[in-house]
Write a protein that binds this ligand. Structure first.
Ligand code: ATP
Length: 388
């Protein structure tokens, strides 16, 4: 990755009176795999369409390779869009589907005429070169054996590869992908995730990828931009957005199952108190108002005996997913339920309705202020006893 290739500066988009993007700024490096992740309707596709030139911003600037491209036509931006519907020509073979955009781009109007076109000087050699290009892309995507089939004779995953191939043959400066895997079944989606990552590694072209599926975002991206309500809330590596979310909204959106949130407040000694328990680390700055304590299910554990700093509750439900066991615990001194991740292979002596004690993994609780912003603790915990 090197210098910024694509840049959005204070991009605003309004449809009539409705503002769908508000002063969005984002820089994407050459060769980066950046994912726009957010819930349905948050504006991800609009950002992608503005980059592609299919939509123009109401305000703000988009640049490509240092040049402002607000008024550059989509076809002159040299960016390839891959949609969730593959948009292949059903009556053409895979080879023709891949070749057609190349012929349109590289041959003159006269050269494109059937039969007569070939009589024009240079046409034949150009077509031979373009066919070679198609074969090379088909090899990369492992679809060479499908070149003579029509889209109707292909599986969903194969059609998706052909759609990618059609974008690839043009050798664009960046790929813009709008939920390209959402029409595939669960198993194929997981497989194609790995394939796309491999493809990105091999060709080294910038990928901008839109999804509402956090598993896709976390497993594929170099960086993730979290989009909500037409704004970018945080941009960071998958580890950063998961382990160091900047706000409660990001913390609750990233992670499956969702982070547990419990009410908290500041105790007399300036430490955070959560349902009668005091966190050991002290906040850097102490504000006023109600706090929210965030605890991920994997940072909680059911323990065999009561300790003064554990949650006490009743086991109300258990979900065994094979690799993980999720325990739903209704807390005794609060209306909330918390979710605890356990290891299904460990002996678990509790039944539904039993009282259980839930302890915390030290140093993992997050604290959010009344405005939803994450509050920092003073100093990093280096010793277990200093941790939360
Ligand atoms: P999804 O994941 O459901 O595709 P998204 O995050 O990609 O959602 P967008 O498609 O960017 O969201 O839409 C953002 C908002 O803008 C939505 O509320 C949508 O209804 C609105 N919107 C999009 N296009 C138009 C349009 N042409 N006219 C009016 N409103 C629009």
């Amino acid at each position: 990755m090197s210098e910024l290739q694509i840049r959005l500066k204070n991009v605003t988009k309004r449809f009539g009176a409705t503002e769908v993007l508000g002063r969005v700024s984002l820089g994407i490096s050459e060769g980066e795999f950046l994912t726009l992740l957010g819930p349905s309707g948050c504006g991800k596709t609009t950002i992608l369409r503005i980059i592609a030139g299919l939509e123009s911003p109401t305000d703000g600037e988009i640049s490509l390779g240092g040049n402002i491209i607000n008024t550059v036509r989509p076809c002159d931006r040299d960016l390839a869009m891959v949609f969730q519907t593959y948009a292949l020509y059903p009556h053409l073979t895979v080879r023709q589907n891949l070749l057609t955009p190349l012929l349109l781009r590289n041959l003159t109007f006269m050269q494109r005429f059937p039969l007569i076109g070939r009589l024009f000087p240079g046409t034949r050699s150009k077509i031979v070169g373009l066919r070679r290009q198609v074969n090379a892309v088909a090899d990369t995507l492992k679809i060479r054996h499908l070149l003579d089939r029509k889209p109707g004779q292909l599986s969903g995953g194969q059609q998706q590869r052909v759609a990618l191939g059609r974008a690839m043959v043009r050798k664009p400066r960046a790929f813009l992908m709008d939920e390209p895997l959402s029409n595939l079944d669960a198993e194929l989606r997981v497989h194609m995730r790995a394939e796309l990552v491999k493809l990105h590694r091999n060709i080294g072209t910038t990928f901008i990828y839109v999804t509402h599926d956090q598993a896709e975002a976390l497993t594929m991206s170099d960086r993730i931009a979290i989009v909500m309500d037409g704004r970018i809330l945080q941009v960071g590596s998958p580890e950063e957005v998961y382990e160091a979310p900047g706000s409660l909204k990001v913390a609750e959106f990233v992670g499956s199952p969702k982070m547990n949130t419990l009410p908290g407040s500041l105790g007399e000694d300036g430490r955070v108190v959560c349902l009668g328990m005091t966190l050991r680390r002290q906040l850097k700055e102490t504000g006023h108002g109600n706090l929210t304590i965030g605890l991920r299910p994997e940072h909680l554990q059911v323990q065999s005996a009561f300790t003064p700093d554990c949650f006490v509750g009743k086991l109300v439900h258990r979900e065994n997913l094979g690799s993980d066991l999720f325990l739903h615990v209704a807390l005794n001194n609060n209306d909330s339920q918390i979710l605890v991740r356990a290891n299904p292979e460990e002996v678990f002596p509790f039944s539904i309705g039993d009282e259980v004690w839930v302890g915390r993994v030290p140093g993992k609780a997050m604290v959010f202020g009344p405005d939803g912003g994450r509050l920092a603790f003073g100093g990093e915990p280096s010793l277990m006893e200093e941790a939360v």
